[in-house]
Design a protein around this ligand. Structure first.
Ligand code: PSU
Ligand code: MN
Length: 304
């Protein structure tokens, strides 16, 4: 076991017994939603995973220790401290540990720590990708590199159009990451069920997804899989409303010269402000939906 890693006893026991575990990220708590909805959502997501037969492991860095599994008090602490906690990507991990600091794990670092702990399935809302304008800014999320190299499946609601969806798919294709649509042939766009892009494969059951992922791992192929799960129809947003909010937020970020690790949190916060909180409700519901699916895939993965 990695000496910088603490696995919560309940999580360690489940892993040792071959029982299903689902990893969850902490940047969505500290940077993705406001308090108190962030902490409430994180706790509800853990409950949904339990209700669907798996053990949740929310991942974070606390006092320089990598944590696989948080207590409810630690989740509350992350929610309250919010963006004051450093957003931790791959480059930050060793430095935060050396300094004994806290870090909110992105998709990248959650995949890394899940892999260290032996957790194979991870549920979140949205992943990072190739940003609009990346042909000049070169802003490409480290999440894509991690999907290319680390054997953890990420269940998300597709890509927000703060990203260039077409370029994100090209990048994933180059790096050999399969993009699966759960019950859909088109790539979901987070707040909406559809986009003009196609996924690589449609799969209709958790068992089918688990089987393909198991074979990939047994073959020793590096990298993960991206499962895209459309937001439930009753919570999906009007594409005209949400796309206008996203376009305005992207333009504002460009004018203000926002860049680097600030870009994604800035855009997410602005979209929420512009849509008056409607997008937050949708965001919460799609995370619940992904947690349910991830728990069912993790169960099928362990039983297979
Ligand atoms: N996209 C979302 N919600 C999020 C994030 C992205 O719709 O909360 C967070 C995730 O933690 C993701 C990170 O891993 O932002 C990507 O940041 P960047 O684009 O700086 O790599
Ligand atoms: Mn970036």
């Amino acid at each position: 076991m990695n000496k910088y890693l603490d696995v919560k006893p309940e999580v360690a026991e489940a892993i040792a017994a071959g029982k299903p575990v689902v990893a969850l990220e902490s940047t969505i708590i500290s940077h993705g939603m406001p308090y108190p909805q962030n902490a409430q959502t994180a706790l509800s997501v853990e409950q949904i995973i339990r209700d669907n037969g798996a053990v949740p492991a929310t991942i974070a860095i606390i006092g320089g220790r990598l944590k696989a599994g948080l207590t409810p008090e630690e989740i509350e602490y992350f929610g309250k401290k919010g963006p004051k906690i450093a957003k931790a990507s791959r480059r930050d991990l060793a430095i935060l540990c050396a300094r004994g600091e806290d870090g909110a794990t992105t998709v990248t670092t959650t995949m890394m720590i899940a892999d260290m702990a032996g957790i194979r399935v991870f549920a979140t809302g949205g992943v990072g990708g190739v940003h609009r304008g990346a042909e000049t800014t070169m802003d490409i999320s480290a999440d894509l590199e991690e999907l290319a190299s680390t054997p953890v499946m990420v269940v998300c609601a597709g890509c927000k159009s703060i990203l260039d969806l077409g370029l994100t798919l090209e990048y994933l294709e180059t790096n050999g990451v399969p993009v699966i649509g759960y019950g859909t042939e088109t790539l979901p766009a987070f707040y909406t069920r559809e986009s003009p892009f196609r996924v690589d494969y449609r799969m209709d059951t958790p068992e089918e997804i688990a089987k393909a992922f198991r074979i990939k791992n047994e073959m020793g192929l590096r990298g993960g899989m991206l499962v895209t799960n459309p937001i439930p129809a009753e919570y999906s947003m009007d594409p005209a409303v949400i796309n206008k909010a996203i376009d305005d937020a992207v333009e504002e970020a460009r004018q203000k010269g926002i860049h680097g690790k600030e870009t994604t949190p800035f855009l997410l916060a602005r979209i929420k402000d512009i849509t008056g909180g409607d997008s937050l409700d949708s965001n919460i519901q799609l995370v619940y939906n992904n947690a349910r699916l991830a728990a069912r895939i993790a169960k099928a993965y362990c039983e297979g």
